[in-house]
Design a protein around this ligand. Structure first.
Ligand code: HEC
Length: 108
């Protein structure tokens, strides 16, 4: 399960967008150009205050596969959730358990 999650977080290249140059992995802050202006990637570390440590597995799944943030707002297309919509729920579960991955926080 954990191996699978690691594979996915690398394959999905989550770290490429969710890490600022020289910053902490998954801590966000990278500016991404978009037609709507520059969008900064959020912190998706398991930190409860600045990251997504309070996300449940369902919240995480909603964000990654359906583009819905926990507070209900739609994520901008800069977050390529459309590409992850085909990822299976099992894959997302594996991602939440990745030891070094974004979401050790979420899920059991
Ligand atoms: C092409 C760049 C890019 C890639 C690749 C990417 N993200 Fe994102 N992600 C973003 C941006 C930008 C946002 C913020 C969008 C917004 O706030 O509207 C975001 C938002 C999120 C959120 C929502 C955070 C919140 O505050 O609700 C989660 C969770 C997330 N990403 C997880 C992931 C995971 C897991 C992967 C890999 C499977 C991934 N992202 C890959 C750019 C990316």
């Amino acid at each position: 399960m954990i191996k699978q999650g690691e594979y996915l977080s690398r394959a999905g290249d989550c770290i490429a967008c969710h890490t600022a140059k020289g910053g902490k992995p998954f801590a966000g802050g990278l500016g991404i150009e978009s037609p709507l202006g520059t969008i900064y990637s959020p912190n998706i570390t398991p930190d409860k205050e600045t990251g997504i440590g309070n996300y449940t597995y369902e919240d995480f799944d909603q964000a990654v596969r359906h583009g819905k943030a926990r507070d209900g707002h739609s994520l901008y297309p800069a977050m390529p959730y459309t590409a992850y919509a085909k990822v299976t729920p099992d894959d997302v579960k594996a991602l939440t358990r990745t030891s070094r991955g974004p979401c050790r926080c979420a899920g059991p």
